[in-house]
Design a protein. Structure first.
Ligand code: C2E
Ligand code: CA
Ligand code: CA
Length: 657
């Protein structure tokens, strides 16, 4: 009983294995598709072989078998094969889904079984009419047809086995039963050939399946790599690379179809301090939250990407007009202002957005991006935390600075550039302790141009190196005439401290000037340092080692974090004039300046207060304990000739004399 059940079970599993072996694979769509592709290419050849052989047999038996068994049957096979071929012909360029491919292969199996059984039966029926020689022919044609078809079906194991067995089994039975020595020899031969062939099919189809499997895995790995290469690992948003690829695609599409779209660049205000103060883990969590908020509000109409750092980018696909675009962007800014709760801190940041629309703003994808960037940095100056759309006004600004750049390039800098000096005074003694050198440009073409305009242009145009050299030489020559206790304060720009050649030249000029380096302060802004912090730090250290002082200019306007200030060997900070303006009336400014003063005191740094314009402001500052002030109240920047008056006649010559 037990043995019988075991045997039944064994038979069942064996049977199900055979069925699986002969069936189209169910769980491997890639393999099925590949089988379909390879097989489709063999279809015409396979039917051609079948038909040629069928007609050959029909002609051989034309005179001895009835007509319906010869020509009619061959014609019927031809008709059926033509119908099958026409199906194939129509679908030859269509790439089927895995389900369609599977269905087609199952049909091939079924059709293959029916056709080969029918042809075999037909041939064996004809054999009844022939003599030994003709039967030899039949055997030959059947064997050749069988072998060729199986070879055509090499990658389609199920069909190859079905066809092979449907031909070989009746053949072997039939010729064995004829019991002549030659028929038995043929049956044995067929048995041998069919077995060998099917073993080859089994092995080949395994190899084929393995190769397809390997290809599928490779494709999957490639797809995954592609996905990772296009994704920002922190936020899961599209990354910079994907953004630009997408921007190009959208631009081409919009151009071809006459559609509009807009690019937005989002920059977080106040991210840096959060990152420095609470650490990178909190910074990362903040960026993830920003990514989530942007995506949530963006929906399908706006594509969001992270370009790097705290910069994100948007592509607006569907909006009505500029007003709508600005409203949607403002909504994003509003969402960013909501407090962000992270682990154990709650932080608040704002986001500014710069926008540029196609086709109004720029026709080129790259220009569009750059104009959005321009709008962003322009907006950040006056409308921080809001969206700014690139406008005609921006365009005029750009045109002006392009013109400025052109004139500056052609200028005779040695001749046209001069230095003015603004005194820095000690509130208590009322005496000048230093002069800040300020660049002046009088262009024969444009007249007097403010350094606030031409210095940024010179930086962008790569002219700042020359300019700094000229200015420093002139300033040092002038300072040589001052009493020993009057210092010179000189402004350096980003490029001066982020290139080693620039720094080497500055050091060279200073060394050969004849002025004690300890009498010189270099003023550096935070933005100049943020560009390449490590380099800037190294440059500052070099200057410090020479004995120069280093003042952090415009303090309070950037994102200076205490960690960074600590990391630098500063000697002074200069509190920006925006905090001083109306300090006698504004409690907020009062508080800020008070805390900045005590901060500088605690850190052992000197503190200059810039932009003091009125007596009231000066008195308030005096009460706060400020010592060094600079501003129109004391004196405007003056040419070299007016310095002696400010020093009360205390020039080098007068001291000596
Ligand atoms: P800064 O370094 O902050 O220089 C101070 C600016 O404030 C000067 O403007 C000065 O004239 C102005 N100022 C001084 N006191 C008062 C005041 O009481 N009220 C007001 N409203 N303004 C006051 P200036 O000379 O137009 O220079 C503007 C900026 O251009 C400078 O800002 C500095 O960033 C840059 N700059 C000027 N000269 C040079 C230079 O030689 N090299 C570099 N790299 N930058 C320079
Ligand atoms: Ca300055
Ligand atoms: Ca300043």
């Amino acid at each position: 009983m037990f043995i019988r059940r075991r045997r039944a079970k064994l038979v069942k599993t064996l049977l199900s294995r055979v069925v699986r072996f002969l069936a189209v694979p169910r769980d491997n769509p890639e393999l099925v598709k590949a089988q379909f592709e390879v097989f489709s290419r063999q279809v015409p050849l396979m039917y051609a072989i079948v038909l040629v052989n069928a007609w050959a047999i029909a002609f051989l038996f034309l005179s001895i078998a009835p007509l319906w068994l010869t020509v009619d049957m061959a014609a019927a096979f031809t008709a059926v094969c033509i119908v099958r071929l026409s199906f194939w012909w129509r679908s030859r360029h269509v790439s089927p889904t895995p389900e369609e491919a599977r269905a087609a292969l199952i049909r091939t199996n079924q059709f293959g079984a029916v056709l080969s059984v029918t042809i075999t039966m037909w041939a064996l029926t004809l054999a009844g009419y022939g003599n030994e020689e003709l039967n030899g022919n039949i055997a030959f044609f059947m064997a050749i047809t069988g072998v060729s078809v199986v070879v055509c079906l090499l990658h389609l194991r199920s069909a190859a086995f079905i066809v092979g067995l449907s031909i070989a089994i009746p053949f072997i039975v039939f010729f064995t039963m004829m019991a002549t020595p030659s028929s038995i020899a043929m049956a044995v031969n067929m048995l041998f050939v069919t077995t060998s062939l099917l073993i080859i099919v089994a092995v080949q189809s395994r190899h084929f399946a393995d190769a397809i499997d390997a290809r599928t895995k490779l494709e999957q790995a490639n797809r995954e790599n592609m996905r990772l290469a296009n994704r920002d690992s922190l936020t899961g948003l599209n990354n910079r690379r994907r953004f630009f690829a997408y921007l190009n695609d959208i631009h081409q599409e919009a151009r071809a179809r006459g559609q509009h779209f807009a690019v937005g660049i989002v920059d977080l205000d106040g991210f840096k301090p959060v990152n420095d103060l609470y650490g990178h883990a909190v910074g990362d969590a903040l960026l993830m939250e920003v990514g989530k908020r942007l995506s949530a509000l963006a929906g399908n109409d706006i594509q969001v990407a992270r370009l790097g750092g705290d910069e994100f980018a948007l592509i607006f696909l569907d909006y009505r007009n500029d007003t709508d675009l600005l409203e949607r962007s403002e909504a994003l800014c509003v969402a960013m202002r909501e407090p962000i709760v992270l682990a154990d801190v709650t932080v608040r940041i704002t986001a500014s957005i710069g926008l540029a629309a196609f086709p109004q703003t720029a026709g080129d994808a790259n220009d569009l991006y750059e104009r959005a960037d321009y709008a962003l940095y322009n907006g950040k100056r006056s409308r921080r935390g809001h969206a700014t759309l690139f406008s005609n006004e921006h365009l005029e600004q750009i045109a002006r600075s392009t013109q400025l750049e052109q004139v500056l390039r052609d200028a005779d800098l040695d001749e046209e550039i001069s230095v003015f000096f603004q005194p820095i005074a000690d509130i208590r003694s009322g005496k000048v302790v230093a002069f800040e050198a300020l660049a002046r440009w009088t262009s024969p073409v444009l007249g007097a141009v403010s350094p606030a305009l031409f210095i940024p242009v010179a930086e962008r145009a790569g002219l700042i190196d020359r300019l700094t050299r000229i200015l420093l030489k002139k300033a040092l020559v002038t300072a040589l005439g001052w009493p020993e206790d009057v210092r010179l304060s000189f402004n350096l720009s980003t490029h001066d401290i982020s290139s080693s050649e620039g720094l080497t030249r500055i050091v060279g000029i200073l060394s050969s000037s004849g002025i004690e380096p300890a009498r010189v302060d270099f003023e550096i802004t935070e933005t100049a340092m943020m560009y390449d912090f490590e380099r800037a730090k190294a440059a500052i250290e070099t200057l410090r080692q020479m004995g120069c002082g280093i003042a952090l200019d415009d303090f309070g306007t950037g994102y200076s974090s205490l960690t960074q200030i600590h990391a630098l060997p500063l000697t002074k900070i200069k509190i920006d004039r925006s905090f001083v303006c109306g300090i006698d009336k504004s409690p907020a400014s009062y508080k800020i300046v008070k805390s900045l003063l005590s901060l500088s005191h605690d850190m052992g740094l000197g503190c200059v207060i810039e932009g003091v314009e009125t007596k009231a402001e000066m008195q308030t500052l005096e009460r706060l304990g400020a010592r060094l002030i600079q501003g129109f109240h004391f004196s405007r920047p003056v040419p070299e000739a007016d310095i002696a008056a400010l020093l009360g006649g205390r020039t080098m010559e007068s001291v000596a004399g």
